[in-house]
Design a protein around this ligand. Structure first.
Ligand SMILES: C[S@@+](CC[C@H](N)C(=O)[O-])C[C@H]1O[C@@H](n2cnc3c(N)ncnc32)[C@H](O)[C@@H]1O
Length: 283
């Protein structure tokens, strides 16, 4: 199994370790009851990349992850989960509390969290511009994380994926689907307000430029970015990551942390940083 590497541009914070087995699948985990550590039944069925289902066992305990809005379901095995904004089923007493397993083999953000990324900058109530939303899998988890007071502007240019994204947004009213090319933010400037964080996963060679363009329109000063970078097959991944970081810095996007996504994704890194940070006060 490959190990991931973490590089902090400004070392800070403490990492938590979390184990995750490859055979955990994207299944629904229903947890009934209230309290900070609700106990309930484990998930059933479901198959995802890596095979097998979530083996929660008889008792599953939900613990808050150090990233606000993210949780860990501890059962026979551990899984990363989010609190479902639109729970499908009712508990025995009519409560509707449901956690959804967040599969790191299908979501680079989940892979980064399990890899120990220090910050995701998406606390409950925050506004996120998500570039490269695809059919809305990760977007739906980000919507759970920012919660009912938060907002996710989700941009996707493929009409096919966009149809699924729109269906996801019909149920989750804190998602605003935008079927447009992220290279042309002026086309959706009327739909998007200022945001706290830009998350980008467009898998394009000009991704740094795309993020920079969107930051100029929508990212507040001192806001953050979280970018998944895919190395192309022709160059060494580290060289590709370094070249993207250089482009970000040139556009006032200051990287603070970089993490590779093994064992969940090969040749991918996530870079987290700050946009136009306010000048440090002289002491
Ligand atoms: C790697 S996939 C994203 C997966 C998604 N983030 C998830 O975790 O579920 C990249 C997506 O970016 C979209 N994309 C690529 N270039 C784009 C652009 N210029 N504007 C908008 N979307 C783009 C692709 O259509 C594709 O759906």
């Amino acid at each position: 199994m490959n190990m991931n590497s973490i590089y902090r541009f400004q070392p800070e914070g403490v990492k938590t370790e979390c184990r995750f087995r490859e055979d955990l699948a994207s299944v629904m985990l229903h947890v009934y009851g209230g309290g900070s550590t609700p106990r309930g039944r484990g998930g059933r069925g479901g198959r995802g990349r890596g095979g097998g289902g979530f083996k929660g066992g008889k008792t599953v305990v939900i613990e808050p992850h150090r990233h606000e809005g993210v949780f860990i379901a501890r059962g026979k095995e551990d899984a990363l989960v989010t609190l479902n904004l639109v729970p499908g089923s009712e508990g025995e007493n009519g409560e509707k509390i449901e956690y959804r397993v967040w599969n790191p083999f299908r979501s680079k953000l989940a892979a980064a969290i399990l890899g120990g990324v220090d910050q995701i900058h998406m606390p409950p109530g925050s506004k996120v511009l998500y570039l490269g939303a695809a059919s809305g899998t990760t977007v739906s988890h980000v919507a759970d994380v920012v919660g009912p007071e938060g907002l996710v502007y989700a941009v996707e240019f493929s009409h096919r994926s966009g149809r699924d994204l729109i269906n996801v947004a019909k149920k989750r009213t804190n998602i605003i689907p935008i079927i447009e090319d992220a290279r042309h933010p002026h086309k959706y400037r009327m739909l998007v307000g200022m945001v706290d964080t830009i998350f980008a996963d467009v898998a394009q060679p000009d991704q740094a430029r795309i993020v920079s363009l969107n930051a100029q329109y929508f990212l507040k000063n001192g806001g953050h970015f979280v970018i998944s970078i895919k190395a192309n097959s022709t160059a060494q991944p580290e060289a590709v990551f370094a070249s993207e970081v250089k482009k970000l810095i040139a556009d006032k996007l200051k990287p603070q942390e970089q993490i590779t996504l093994e064992p969940y994704e090969r040749d991918h890194a996530v870079v987290v940083g700050v946009y136009r940070p306010p000048p440090k006060k002289a002491t």
